[in-house]
Design a protein around this ligand. Structure first.
Ligand code: PGA
Ligand code: ZN
Length: 423
Protein backbone atom coordinates (compact mmCIF):
# COMPACT_ATOMS: atom_id res chain seq x y z
CA UNK A 1 0.00 0.00 0.00
CA UNK A 2 1.37 3.36 -1.02
CA UNK A 3 0.41 6.29 1.18
CA UNK A 4 1.93 9.70 1.53
CA UNK A 5 1.59 12.75 3.69
CA UNK A 6 -0.14 15.39 1.60
CA UNK A 7 -0.37 18.21 4.13
CA UNK A 8 0.58 19.14 7.69
CA UNK A 9 -1.31 22.02 9.28
CA UNK A 10 -1.27 23.63 12.68
CA UNK A 11 -3.34 26.13 14.62
CA UNK A 12 -3.52 27.78 18.02
CA UNK A 13 -6.06 26.21 20.36
CA UNK A 14 -6.56 26.60 24.14
CA UNK A 15 -5.40 24.25 26.89
CA UNK A 16 -7.10 23.56 30.24
CA UNK A 17 -5.38 26.54 31.90
CA UNK A 18 -6.64 28.92 29.22
CA UNK A 19 -3.21 29.21 27.58
CA UNK A 20 -2.71 28.76 23.86
CA UNK A 21 -1.20 25.52 22.63
CA UNK A 22 -0.42 23.90 19.30
CA UNK A 23 -2.80 21.58 17.47
CA UNK A 24 -1.37 19.69 14.50
CA UNK A 25 -3.25 17.91 11.71
CA UNK A 26 -1.48 15.38 9.48
CA UNK A 27 -3.19 14.71 6.14
CA UNK A 28 -2.57 11.52 4.19
CA UNK A 29 -3.65 11.05 0.57
CA UNK A 30 -5.92 14.07 0.86
CA UNK A 31 -7.68 13.02 4.11
CA UNK A 32 -7.28 14.29 7.66
CA UNK A 33 -5.68 11.22 9.29
CA UNK A 34 -4.04 12.28 12.56
CA UNK A 35 -4.55 15.14 15.03
CA UNK A 36 -2.63 16.01 18.20
CA UNK A 37 -3.16 18.72 20.82
CA UNK A 38 0.15 19.36 22.55
CA UNK A 39 0.06 19.53 26.38
CA UNK A 40 2.26 21.88 28.42
CA UNK A 41 4.16 21.62 31.70
CA UNK A 42 4.38 24.13 34.54
CA UNK A 43 6.41 22.13 37.07
CA UNK A 44 9.10 21.49 34.49
CA UNK A 45 12.58 20.00 34.67
CA UNK A 46 15.43 22.25 33.54
CA UNK A 47 16.70 19.65 31.02
CA UNK A 48 13.42 19.36 29.13
CA UNK A 49 13.07 20.14 25.44
CA UNK A 50 12.12 23.78 24.99
CA UNK A 51 8.75 25.12 23.82
CA UNK A 52 8.66 28.11 21.48
CA UNK A 53 6.27 30.77 22.84
CA UNK A 54 5.74 34.20 21.32
CA UNK A 55 6.42 36.48 24.30
CA UNK A 56 5.15 40.06 24.10
CA UNK A 57 1.71 41.17 25.31
CA UNK A 58 -0.59 38.93 23.31
CA UNK A 59 -2.01 36.09 25.56
CA UNK A 60 0.35 37.28 28.31
CA UNK A 61 3.32 36.16 26.23
CA UNK A 62 2.01 32.57 25.98
CA UNK A 63 0.99 32.69 22.30
CA UNK A 64 2.25 29.93 20.00
CA UNK A 65 1.95 31.57 16.58
CA UNK A 66 5.70 31.13 16.00
CA UNK A 67 5.50 27.39 16.76
CA UNK A 68 2.43 27.13 14.51
CA UNK A 69 4.36 28.98 11.79
CA UNK A 70 7.25 26.53 12.17
CA UNK A 71 4.86 23.65 11.46
CA UNK A 72 3.18 25.38 8.52
CA UNK A 73 6.29 26.81 6.88
CA UNK A 74 9.23 24.57 7.79
CA UNK A 75 8.18 21.13 9.05
CA UNK A 76 5.05 20.59 6.94
CA UNK A 77 6.65 21.23 3.54
CA UNK A 78 9.56 18.91 4.47
CA UNK A 79 7.16 16.02 5.23
CA UNK A 80 4.98 16.20 2.14
CA UNK A 81 5.45 13.05 0.07
CA UNK A 82 6.77 11.01 3.00
CA UNK A 83 5.19 7.74 4.13
CA UNK A 84 3.67 8.33 7.63
CA UNK A 85 4.69 4.79 8.66
CA UNK A 86 8.35 5.82 8.49
CA UNK A 87 8.16 7.18 12.04
CA UNK A 88 11.82 6.79 12.89
CA UNK A 89 13.03 8.48 9.70
CA UNK A 90 10.49 11.28 10.02
CA UNK A 91 11.44 11.93 13.65
CA UNK A 92 15.13 11.95 12.68
CA UNK A 93 14.27 14.56 10.06
CA UNK A 94 12.45 16.66 12.68
CA UNK A 95 15.55 16.57 14.90
CA UNK A 96 17.73 17.52 11.92
CA UNK A 97 15.45 20.41 10.88
CA UNK A 98 15.59 21.71 14.44
CA UNK A 99 19.30 21.13 14.80
CA UNK A 100 19.63 22.33 18.40
CA UNK A 101 19.51 19.16 20.50
CA UNK A 102 16.73 20.57 22.72
CA UNK A 103 14.15 21.57 20.06
CA UNK A 104 14.55 25.23 20.93
CA UNK A 105 14.59 26.39 17.30
CA UNK A 106 11.33 24.86 16.05
CA UNK A 107 9.87 24.33 19.53
CA UNK A 108 9.14 21.06 21.32
CA UNK A 109 5.47 22.06 21.03
CA UNK A 110 5.73 22.11 17.21
CA UNK A 111 7.88 18.97 16.97
CA UNK A 112 5.88 16.84 19.45
CA UNK A 113 2.61 17.77 17.75
CA UNK A 114 3.89 16.74 14.33
CA UNK A 115 5.58 13.57 15.54
CA UNK A 116 2.50 12.22 17.28
CA UNK A 117 0.13 13.29 14.49
CA UNK A 118 2.24 11.37 11.97
CA UNK A 119 2.01 8.23 14.16
CA UNK A 120 -1.75 8.59 14.50
CA UNK A 121 -2.07 9.15 10.75
CA UNK A 122 -0.14 5.93 10.13
CA UNK A 123 -2.47 4.07 12.52
CA UNK A 124 -5.44 5.55 10.68
CA UNK A 125 -4.28 4.45 7.22
CA UNK A 126 -3.47 0.96 8.50
CA UNK A 127 -6.96 0.75 10.02
CA UNK A 128 -5.72 -0.03 13.54
CA UNK A 129 -6.45 1.64 16.89
CA UNK A 130 -3.49 3.82 17.84
CA UNK A 131 -2.31 1.55 20.70
CA UNK A 132 -2.43 -1.52 18.47
CA UNK A 133 -0.58 0.15 15.59
CA UNK A 134 2.22 1.02 18.01
CA UNK A 135 2.41 -2.49 19.50
CA UNK A 136 0.66 -5.66 18.32
CA UNK A 137 1.20 -7.07 21.84
CA UNK A 138 -0.38 -4.10 23.67
CA UNK A 139 -2.64 -5.52 26.37
CA UNK A 140 -1.73 -4.07 29.80
CA UNK A 141 -4.30 -1.61 31.18
CA UNK A 142 -2.31 0.60 33.55
CA UNK A 143 -2.89 1.10 37.27
CA UNK A 144 -3.84 4.76 37.79
CA UNK A 145 -1.97 7.06 40.19
CA UNK A 146 -4.73 9.41 41.30
CA UNK A 147 -3.43 12.55 43.00
CA UNK A 148 -6.09 13.43 45.55
CA UNK A 149 -4.24 16.24 47.39
CA UNK A 150 -2.28 18.77 45.33
CA UNK A 151 0.30 21.42 46.07
CA UNK A 152 3.47 22.90 44.65
CA UNK A 153 3.45 24.83 41.38
CA UNK A 154 0.11 23.37 40.35
CA UNK A 155 -2.01 25.03 43.07
CA UNK A 156 -2.49 28.27 44.98
CA UNK A 157 -1.88 26.79 48.45
CA UNK A 158 1.46 26.62 50.29
CA UNK A 159 1.80 22.85 50.28
CA UNK A 160 5.34 21.98 49.20
CA UNK A 161 4.75 18.39 48.03
CA UNK A 162 3.03 18.53 44.65
CA UNK A 163 0.94 15.35 44.65
CA UNK A 164 -0.40 12.97 47.31
CA UNK A 165 -1.53 9.90 45.41
CA UNK A 166 -3.47 6.69 45.85
CA UNK A 167 -2.88 3.65 43.62
CA UNK A 168 -5.66 1.04 43.56
CA UNK A 169 -3.36 -1.99 43.30
CA UNK A 170 -5.87 -4.34 44.93
CA UNK A 171 -8.58 -3.75 42.33
CA UNK A 172 -9.33 -6.45 39.80
CA UNK A 173 -9.65 -4.05 36.86
CA UNK A 174 -9.36 -0.35 36.01
CA UNK A 175 -13.01 0.46 36.54
CA UNK A 176 -12.96 -0.98 40.06
CA UNK A 177 -9.67 0.87 40.64
CA UNK A 178 -11.24 4.17 39.64
CA UNK A 179 -14.29 3.47 41.81
CA UNK A 180 -12.00 2.96 44.81
CA UNK A 181 -10.07 6.20 44.20
CA UNK A 182 -13.14 8.35 43.57
CA UNK A 183 -15.02 6.96 46.58
CA UNK A 184 -12.00 7.96 48.68
CA UNK A 185 -12.13 11.37 46.99
CA UNK A 186 -15.77 11.86 48.03
CA UNK A 187 -14.89 11.14 51.68
CA UNK A 188 -11.80 13.36 51.46
CA UNK A 189 -13.96 16.20 50.15
CA UNK A 190 -16.16 16.06 53.24
CA UNK A 191 -13.17 15.89 55.60
CA UNK A 192 -11.64 18.95 53.93
CA UNK A 193 -14.88 20.94 54.02
CA UNK A 194 -15.43 20.04 57.69
CA UNK A 195 -11.98 21.33 58.56
CA UNK A 196 -11.46 24.33 56.24
CA UNK A 197 -14.92 25.22 54.97
CA UNK A 198 -15.83 24.84 51.32
CA UNK A 199 -13.03 27.10 50.09
CA UNK A 200 -10.66 24.30 51.12
CA UNK A 201 -12.14 22.01 48.50
CA UNK A 202 -10.91 24.04 45.52
CA UNK A 203 -8.85 21.95 43.12
CA UNK A 204 -5.43 22.40 41.52
CA UNK A 205 -4.41 22.18 37.86
CA UNK A 206 -4.67 18.38 37.83
CA UNK A 207 -8.06 18.26 39.54
CA UNK A 208 -7.05 17.11 43.06
CA UNK A 209 -8.04 19.09 46.16
CA UNK A 210 -5.68 21.90 47.16
CA UNK A 211 -6.50 22.58 50.84
CA UNK A 212 -4.47 25.06 52.94
CA UNK A 213 -2.05 22.47 54.33
CA UNK A 214 1.75 22.41 54.44
CA UNK A 215 4.43 19.83 55.13
CA UNK A 216 3.92 16.12 54.80
CA UNK A 217 2.43 14.79 58.05
CA UNK A 218 -0.96 16.54 57.99
CA UNK A 219 -1.82 15.87 54.36
CA UNK A 220 -0.88 12.19 54.83
CA UNK A 221 -3.04 12.00 57.97
CA UNK A 222 -5.98 13.53 56.15
CA UNK A 223 -5.59 11.29 53.12
CA UNK A 224 -5.18 8.13 55.19
CA UNK A 225 -8.22 9.06 57.31
CA UNK A 226 -10.26 9.17 54.10
CA UNK A 227 -8.72 5.89 52.90
CA UNK A 228 -9.47 4.13 56.19
CA UNK A 229 -13.03 5.45 56.28
CA UNK A 230 -13.58 4.16 52.73
CA UNK A 231 -12.84 0.57 53.75
CA UNK A 232 -10.30 0.23 50.92
CA UNK A 233 -7.10 0.50 52.98
CA UNK A 234 -5.98 -2.98 51.91
CA UNK A 235 -6.64 -2.25 48.23
CA UNK A 236 -4.44 0.84 47.80
CA UNK A 237 -0.86 1.91 48.22
CA UNK A 238 0.21 5.53 48.48
CA UNK A 239 2.30 7.58 46.10
CA UNK A 240 3.90 11.02 46.05
CA UNK A 241 5.20 13.36 43.43
CA UNK A 242 7.43 15.46 45.66
CA UNK A 243 8.70 17.60 42.73
CA UNK A 244 11.51 18.47 45.14
CA UNK A 245 13.39 20.78 42.75
CA UNK A 246 10.56 23.23 43.30
CA UNK A 247 10.91 23.47 47.10
CA UNK A 248 14.70 23.36 47.00
CA UNK A 249 16.35 26.71 47.66
CA UNK A 250 18.90 26.74 44.84
CA UNK A 251 20.79 29.73 46.19
CA UNK A 252 21.23 28.39 49.70
CA UNK A 253 21.44 24.71 48.78
CA UNK A 254 18.80 23.57 51.28
CA UNK A 255 15.28 22.17 51.08
CA UNK A 256 12.53 24.39 52.54
CA UNK A 257 9.47 22.70 54.05
CA UNK A 258 6.95 24.09 56.48
CA UNK A 259 9.16 27.13 57.13
CA UNK A 260 12.18 24.98 58.05
CA UNK A 261 15.51 24.39 56.32
CA UNK A 262 16.23 20.72 55.64
CA UNK A 263 19.48 19.12 54.55
CA UNK A 264 19.44 16.22 52.09
CA UNK A 265 19.82 13.71 54.92
CA UNK A 266 16.80 15.17 56.74
CA UNK A 267 14.71 14.83 53.58
CA UNK A 268 15.85 11.23 53.05
CA UNK A 269 15.02 10.51 56.68
CA UNK A 270 11.58 12.00 56.21
CA UNK A 271 10.81 9.58 53.34
CA UNK A 272 12.16 6.60 55.24
CA UNK A 273 9.88 7.39 58.22
CA UNK A 274 6.94 7.99 55.89
CA UNK A 275 7.41 4.59 54.26
CA UNK A 276 7.55 2.96 57.70
CA UNK A 277 4.26 4.63 58.66
CA UNK A 278 2.28 4.05 55.45
CA UNK A 279 2.30 1.48 52.64
CA UNK A 280 4.03 3.35 49.83
CA UNK A 281 4.24 2.12 46.22
CA UNK A 282 5.86 5.03 44.42
CA UNK A 283 7.70 8.31 45.09
CA UNK A 284 8.55 10.69 42.25
CA UNK A 285 11.31 13.31 42.27
CA UNK A 286 12.00 12.95 46.02
CA UNK A 287 15.13 15.14 45.77
CA UNK A 288 16.25 17.97 43.54
CA UNK A 289 16.97 17.12 39.92
CA UNK A 290 20.78 17.44 39.98
CA UNK A 291 21.31 15.08 42.90
CA UNK A 292 21.91 11.64 41.37
CA UNK A 293 23.88 10.55 44.42
CA UNK A 294 21.08 11.43 46.84
CA UNK A 295 18.57 9.58 44.66
CA UNK A 296 20.86 6.53 44.68
CA UNK A 297 21.07 6.59 48.50
CA UNK A 298 17.31 6.87 48.84
CA UNK A 299 16.68 4.16 46.23
CA UNK A 300 18.81 1.68 48.15
CA UNK A 301 17.26 2.66 51.51
CA UNK A 302 13.67 2.29 50.33
CA UNK A 303 13.83 -1.26 49.12
CA UNK A 304 10.54 -2.22 47.46
CA UNK A 305 9.38 1.35 46.80
CA UNK A 306 9.40 2.64 43.25
CA UNK A 307 11.49 5.83 42.92
CA UNK A 308 10.50 7.71 39.76
CA UNK A 309 12.56 10.32 37.93
CA UNK A 310 10.54 13.06 36.21
CA UNK A 311 12.51 16.33 36.38
CA UNK A 312 15.44 14.01 37.11
CA UNK A 313 15.35 12.22 33.72
CA UNK A 314 13.02 14.28 31.45
CA UNK A 315 12.28 11.21 29.26
CA UNK A 316 15.77 11.56 27.81
CA UNK A 317 17.88 8.43 27.24
CA UNK A 318 21.17 10.20 27.98
CA UNK A 319 19.91 11.49 31.33
CA UNK A 320 18.40 8.09 32.18
CA UNK A 321 21.75 6.46 31.32
CA UNK A 322 23.50 8.68 33.84
CA UNK A 323 20.90 7.77 36.44
CA UNK A 324 21.24 4.05 35.77
CA UNK A 325 25.03 4.29 36.10
CA UNK A 326 24.63 6.06 39.44
CA UNK A 327 21.91 3.68 40.69
CA UNK A 328 19.55 6.66 41.01
CA UNK A 329 15.81 5.86 41.07
CA UNK A 330 14.33 2.74 39.49
CA UNK A 331 11.66 4.12 37.17
CA UNK A 332 11.12 6.96 34.73
CA UNK A 333 8.18 9.28 34.30
CA UNK A 334 7.33 9.19 30.59
CA UNK A 335 6.12 12.40 28.98
CA UNK A 336 6.56 12.36 25.19
CA UNK A 337 6.85 16.13 24.83
CA UNK A 338 9.60 16.35 27.48
CA UNK A 339 12.00 15.11 24.81
CA UNK A 340 10.14 16.09 21.62
CA UNK A 341 9.65 13.20 19.22
CA UNK A 342 7.79 9.93 19.70
CA UNK A 343 10.86 7.96 18.59
CA UNK A 344 13.08 9.53 21.24
CA UNK A 345 10.42 8.91 23.89
CA UNK A 346 10.00 5.26 22.81
CA UNK A 347 13.78 4.83 22.88
CA UNK A 348 13.82 6.23 26.44
CA UNK A 349 11.16 3.71 27.53
CA UNK A 350 13.03 0.83 25.91
CA UNK A 351 16.29 1.87 27.52
CA UNK A 352 14.53 2.10 30.89
CA UNK A 353 13.04 -1.40 30.54
CA UNK A 354 16.39 -2.89 29.49
CA UNK A 355 17.99 -1.25 32.52
CA UNK A 356 15.43 -2.86 34.83
CA UNK A 357 13.65 0.48 35.37
CA UNK A 358 9.88 0.88 35.38
CA UNK A 359 8.00 3.31 33.13
CA UNK A 360 5.09 5.48 34.29
CA UNK A 361 3.25 7.33 31.53
CA UNK A 362 2.15 10.82 32.57
CA UNK A 363 -0.10 13.73 31.75
CA UNK A 364 1.20 17.29 31.78
CA UNK A 365 -0.33 19.80 34.16
CA UNK A 366 -1.55 21.81 31.14
CA UNK A 367 -3.66 19.24 29.29
CA UNK A 368 -6.23 19.24 26.51
CA UNK A 369 -9.04 16.92 25.46
CA UNK A 370 -6.50 14.83 23.51
CA UNK A 371 -6.39 11.34 25.05
CA UNK A 372 -3.26 10.02 23.26
CA UNK A 373 -1.44 9.09 26.48
CA UNK A 374 -4.06 6.44 27.24
CA UNK A 375 -3.17 4.63 24.00
CA UNK A 376 0.54 5.26 24.56
CA UNK A 377 0.40 3.74 28.05
CA UNK A 378 -1.28 0.60 26.72
CA UNK A 379 1.14 0.44 23.78
CA UNK A 380 4.07 0.57 26.21
CA UNK A 381 2.54 -2.20 28.40
CA UNK A 382 4.04 -0.08 31.19
CA UNK A 383 1.47 -0.93 33.86
CA UNK A 384 1.02 2.56 35.37
CA UNK A 385 -0.36 5.96 34.37
CA UNK A 386 -0.55 9.28 36.18
CA UNK A 387 -3.27 11.40 34.65
CA UNK A 388 -4.91 13.47 37.36
CA UNK A 389 -8.17 13.37 39.24
CA UNK A 390 -11.18 15.43 38.18
CA UNK A 391 -12.01 17.60 35.13
CA UNK A 392 -12.49 16.22 31.66
CA UNK A 393 -8.95 16.81 30.36
CA UNK A 394 -7.91 14.25 33.06
CA UNK A 395 -10.89 11.87 33.17
CA UNK A 396 -10.92 11.70 29.36
CA UNK A 397 -7.76 9.60 29.55
CA UNK A 398 -9.36 7.15 32.01
CA UNK A 399 -12.43 6.95 29.80
CA UNK A 400 -10.28 6.09 26.78
CA UNK A 401 -8.53 3.38 28.83
CA UNK A 402 -11.92 1.93 29.77
CA UNK A 403 -12.83 1.78 26.06
CA UNK A 404 -9.53 0.09 25.23
CA UNK A 405 -10.03 -2.42 28.07
CA UNK A 406 -13.46 -3.26 26.67
CA UNK A 407 -12.03 -3.68 23.17
CA UNK A 408 -9.27 -6.00 24.43
CA UNK A 409 -11.84 -8.02 26.38
CA UNK A 410 -10.34 -11.11 27.98
CA UNK A 411 -6.90 -10.21 26.58
CA UNK A 412 -6.68 -7.10 28.79
CA UNK A 413 -4.51 -7.42 31.90
CA UNK A 414 -4.77 -5.06 34.87
CA UNK A 415 -1.50 -5.68 36.71
CA UNK A 416 -2.51 -4.49 40.19
CA UNK A 417 0.39 -5.03 42.59
CA UNK A 418 2.66 -5.98 39.65
CA UNK A 419 2.41 -2.47 38.19
CA UNK A 420 6.19 -2.14 38.07
CA UNK A 421 6.71 -5.42 36.17
CA UNK A 422 3.41 -6.09 34.44
CA UNK A 423 4.82 -8.67 32.01
P1 PGA B 1 4.29 19.48 34.55
O1 PGA B 1 4.65 18.50 35.75
O2 PGA B 1 3.70 20.71 35.16
O3 PGA B 1 5.66 19.79 33.99
O4 PGA B 1 3.40 18.78 33.60
C1 PGA B 1 3.77 17.64 36.39
C2 PGA B 1 4.62 16.67 37.19
O5 PGA B 1 5.57 17.12 37.87
O6 PGA B 1 4.41 15.46 37.14
ZN1 ZN C 1 6.56 15.26 38.46
Amino acid sequence: MVCTITDVRAREIIDCRGFPTVEVDAWVDGDLAGRTDVPAGRSTGKREAVEVRDGGRRWGGQGVTKAVGNVMEIIGPALIGRDPRDQRAIDALLCELDGTGNKSKLGSNAVAGVSLSVAKAAAHVTGLPFYKYLNANAHVIPVPLVNLINGGKLTSNDLEIQEFIVMPVGASDLLEGLQICYEINIILHDLIVDRFGKIGANVGDEGGFAPPLTGIREPMEMLSTAVNASGYADKIVYGLDAAASHWYDWERGVYRMDGEDMARDDVIDMYVKLCEAYPFGSIEDPLMEDDLEGHAILTSKLDGVQIVGDDLFTTNTEHIRRGVEAGAANAILWKFNQVGTLTEALDAAEFAYRSGYGVQVSERSGETEDTSIADLAVALNCGQIKTGTTRSERTGKYNQLLRIAEELGSQARYPGRDFRRPI
